[in-house]
Design a protein around this ligand. Structure first.
Ligand code: NIG
Ligand code: FE
Length: 411
């Protein structure tokens, strides 16, 4: 089917790029005022300003009534598959416990692993599918989803099989990351070697044989996985064809950025705790720094040094880190607002970081993340808004008029 969208006040996020935008490029967000957009089946077939409107119009014409069109958000870091919310910890934190203290007393990730163990694959799929529908309705298209609340062979595989089913049914691309190294399970608290070998010898071979993951992730952090342990797991992942995409420098200077860059990680994510060496190392690499400001917001931590990273020439993306412990929010619009309000990113930088650079952090920049001929028709039509800066400015307002994924309207 061919559909012509007309009366677009601003069509933005236009263009194609081979690699993530970095440094000054990040602020360059191409836009056309008074535009049209032509969709053929699932793909973008053309666009332009009103004066170039196609003469042969398709039967299906949609007047977006002065709305703005931008690419769908690409959320390149989520933990969307989990058993249940953890608002009791949220209250514990209000009462003064730290994230690390909650984790140390068996809460946190281990609590989620305990909850997940008792749920069937079907039940987990049902819960995750609902969350994915919510994300899509908020404007998220491509998304990454991690395992990591399993921490046993059976449960890690169960999570990854849920993600595979989500991939098969979803309206937009999904990438899966194996995060067996999210926390040491209680049974291996004193036996790290045993758990590392479980990952290497029992999890990875099955994951590779069943093609259950695209990436390997590790929570490189004090009290979780050291830089040396991270390196060992990344090397094991590599033997099974999994590229690294890791949690780095969230709570401490963990060495995660350096180990990720050394192993050509697609991205190193979090980056709340950075020093000059970590910033320079990332700026000199092709690895993308994925900033997760809603996790910093929720944990009342210092925000990621976005300005320093951009000014140093690093490639950065924005994502939600959606998970029940440190970021129970799926809304990329809120992440974009936080990036501007708290990290002083320009609206154009934040939109690029949340779309095309998010796509690059999933190696999907050739197929989604921008308005470009031949790319998937994954885009958001907003209600009429005065300018692009209004998007981050109007931080808790639902600006979505319609979301289209693969050319199909999201219900
Ligand atoms: O990215 N930091 C590690 N993992 C998650 C939190 C997981 C949890 O608390 O359940 C994160 O913030
Ligand atoms: Fe995370």
């Amino acid at each position: 089917m061919t559909t012509l969208y007309t009366n677009i006040a601003c069509l933005t996020g236009i263009g194609a790029t081979e690699t993530a935008l970095r440094g000054k490029e990040l602020a360059a967000l191409q836009a056309i005022s008074n535009a049209w957009l032509l969709i053929e089946d699932a793909a973008i077939a053309g666009y332009g300003d009103q004066s170039t409107l196609p003469v042969n119009k398709p039967a299906n014409i949609i007047d977006v009534q002065g709305g703005t069109i931008l690419p769908a958000w690409c959320d390149s870091h989520t933990h969307l598959v989990f058993g249940a919310s953890r608002e009791q910890e949220f209250v514990d934190k209000i009462k003064g416990l730290s994230y690390a203290e909650i984790a140390a007393k068996g809460g946190g990730i281990l609590h989620s692993a305990h909850q997940l163990a008792s749920l069937s694959e079907d039940e987990l799929f049902r819960l995750a599918w609902q969350r994915l529908q919510e994300a899509n309705a908020l404007g998220t298209g491509a998304i990454e989803i991690k395992s990591g609340y399993g921490l046993t062979v059976a449960s890690e595989l169960k999570m990854l099989r849920v993600i595979r089913r989500l991939k098969e049914k979803a309206a937009a691309p999904i990438k899966a990351s194996f995060l067996g190294a999210h926390a040491y399970p209680a049974a291996y608290k004193e036996n790290h070697e045993g758990y590392l070998r479980l990952i290497e010898e029992e999890m990875l071979p099955v994951i590779a044989a069943e093609k259950l993951a695209d990436y390997i992730d590790v929570f490189c952090e004090d009290g979780f996985f050291s830089a040396a342990e991270t390196e060992r797991i990344l090397m094991a992942g590599k033997r099974y064809g999994l590229k690294p995409k890791i949690h780095a420098n969230q709570l401490h200077l963990s060495g995660g950025v350096q180990v990720g860059v050394k192993h050509h990680a697609i991205s190193v994510d979090h980056l709340e705790t950075m020093d000059a060496d970590a910033i320079q190392t990332l700026a000199a690499a092709s690895t993308i720094g994925t900033l997760l400001p809603s996790a910093a917001f929720f944990l009342r931590m210092a925000y990621q040094p976005a300005r320093q990273l951009i000014d140093a020439g690093a490639a950065i993306a924005l994502a939600t880190d959606f998970n029940p412990g440190s970021s129970p929010g799926l809304d990329m619009h809120f992440v974009v607002s936080l990036a501007c309000i708290q990290m002083k990113m320009l609206p154009e930088e934040a939109i690029n970081a949340a779309t095309i650079n998010g796509a690059a952090a999933l190696e999907l920049q050739q197929i989604t993340g921008s308005i470009s001929k031949g790319k998937r028709a994954d885009f958001i039509i907003t209600k009429p808004i005065p300018s692009l800066a209004y998007i981050p400015y109007a931080f808790s307002t639902n600006l979505v008029q319609q979301v289209l994924l693969g050319g199909v309207p999201v219900k």
